[in-house]
Design a protein around this ligand. Sequence first.
Ligand code: AMP
Ligand code: ZN
Ligand code: FE
Ligand code: FE
Length: 281
Amino acid sequence: MLRPPPASGGPRVDLHAHTTYSDGILSPAALVRLAIEKGLAALAVTDHDTTEGLPEARDAAGSDLVLVPGIEISTSLGGLDHHILGYYIDPANEALKGRLAQFRSERLDRVREMAARLSRLGAEVDVEEVLNLAGHGVVGRPHLAQVLVRSGHAEDVDEAFRRFLGLKGTAYVARPAFRPDEAIALIRDAGGVSVLAHPGPGLVDSVVESLAADGLRGIEVWHPQHGPVAVRRYQALAERLSLLETGGSDYHGPGRSMDLGDLAVPFRVLAPLQRAAGIRG
Ligand code: AMP
Ligand code: ZN
Ligand code: FE
Ligand code: FE
């Protein structure tokens, strides 16, 4: 059953946002300042495949806002991408740190391999330029695409993917494997709570059931990709599978996505998440 939206002016939370440590535009400190300005009661910083932005976010939050430490791990299985959020993980956990470092280095090898293929195809790209574009973030095809455009080998990013980088592109190399069940176990072992990010309107129940059997703890019910029908569906699924409900704007920066905190995520989701992580509410 659909619950009523939070009272307007009541406390709001946003449990999904990115910073310059992945592909967001704002630094962790600037993101936290914006969340405080917007009057959010809680903000989760959930950068792709890294926790390195968390100390800066925590310092900026002080006691003005509940800062929920997070990560969004890019996993895939059977040709489907699944983003797994991990809340309240211990960033010092050696297994998690080691696996993320391995993932980064495999991603780097992959970009070098795609650059070598591009060079053989006569579309030379400067790998250093690609890495500079990625900055703190995990390097990937979007950065290669931008450099292909800059260097005149493609009209635009669309063409770069169509000709070179897409699944059928001539320089395509598959992403290194990271399975969702592995991410779920790593998050659990690092003391965190795993949540399936933005399942999207089309995901079949059986995938969520299978991830729940792997130990998944929650599902992102509220997300810009989810209309009212999807929200209701995932609320019902969460109830049936005893999963926590979370939500967030997936903020990446001004003009890049829905504005921080503009998604009506009810405050009531925070306490169960904290309890699941063994944190006092
Ligand atoms: P990677 O993780 O390196 O394989 O890159 C995946 C990212 O590339 C996705 O998150 C999208 O942002 C981007 N991407 C994938 N396919 C396309 C496409 N056809 N056009 C533009 N961007 C794309
Ligand atoms: Zn992102
Ligand atoms: Fe995501
Ligand atoms: Fe995200």
